[in-house]
Write a protein that binds this ligand. Sequence first.
Ligand code: C2E
Ligand code: MG
Ligand code: MG
Ligand code: MG
Length: 292
Amino acid sequence: LAKEDGKNAFRFFTKEIKTQSIERLTLESALRRALERDQFCLHYQPKIDMASGQITGVEALLRWIHPELGTVSPGQFIPLAEETGLIVPIGRWVLKEACAQNMTWQRRGLRPVTMAVNLSPRQFADPNLLHDVDEALLASGMSPVLLQLEVTESMVMRNVSRAIKVLDAIQSRGIRLAIDDFGTGYSSMSLMKQFPIDTIKIDRSFVRDLPVDSEDQAIAQAIISMGKALGMTVIAEGVETLEQETFLRSHACDEMQGFLFSKPLPARQMADLLRAEPRLASPPLQPEAGSG
Ligand code: C2E
Ligand code: MG
Ligand code: MG
Ligand code: MG
């Protein structure tokens, strides 16, 4: 009986794997064609400066709109693109598109804002990365100081000496660098200061349970103090509630990004938002007159 069970389990198991690999193959071949079929687009999420309540920049977030599968989320296809190496040409497209969009907005009279682009580990390791970045800037005419590249701790810690060279080359062009998802990877404090990083982004997982979770409180505060001590801008990602905003503001977090302010928006809606120049956050409370 046990043997029969085992056999059935095995049959079930192989069937599962078969379905999974067929799905993977389908997705993979669709992904291979997605670029030439023009199925990618970028959405943009604003980053808000806490001191002024205004938008300082936007982060470009990749969207894949497949005619049958619908909108496939980055969580589903970016790991696959990374595994297959397709992320390199896709990432090149993202860089070009993001810079071109930024210039389109400027030509339409919108105030220049920084454009943040996410890099993947494979892209970061690619010897043509700097060439691709230069190409995107040259083709669009966008100033390098408006570009910000988001990398993760694990990307830069994999090969520290190479990472320092690549990051220095990026910085020497005037391009800014942010560490994304900060606190989720392994990073050495003594190495952090060797990287020419301008900004650290507190990972959403530490923001989610603020201000209730006392451990997350401690982590968020520690990241803010460390970042400030190293002269960096600290930004919190995934801010969804007023309570989270209040906590982070009271601990002097510089910038915030999250659904509380705006979801990632298609280019046209982002332009409308930029044009409206809203105060997406209230300015910090002024000390009462006469209180000191
Ligand atoms: P990320 O760079 O950390 O981007 C932040 C993610 O959090 C985005 O998910 C964004 O939509 C989401 N988010 C923003 N605010 C909130 C909030 O208040 N609450 C919640 N629950 N989520 C929020 P998205 O667009 O699905 O992207 C997921 C990840 O995929 C990104 O994480 C990034 O690692 C990767 N990714 C996206 N676009 C690109 C790209 O062009 N290239 C590469 N290499 N990776 C990308
Ligand atoms: Mg990011
Ligand atoms: Mg992030
Ligand atoms: Mg994150």
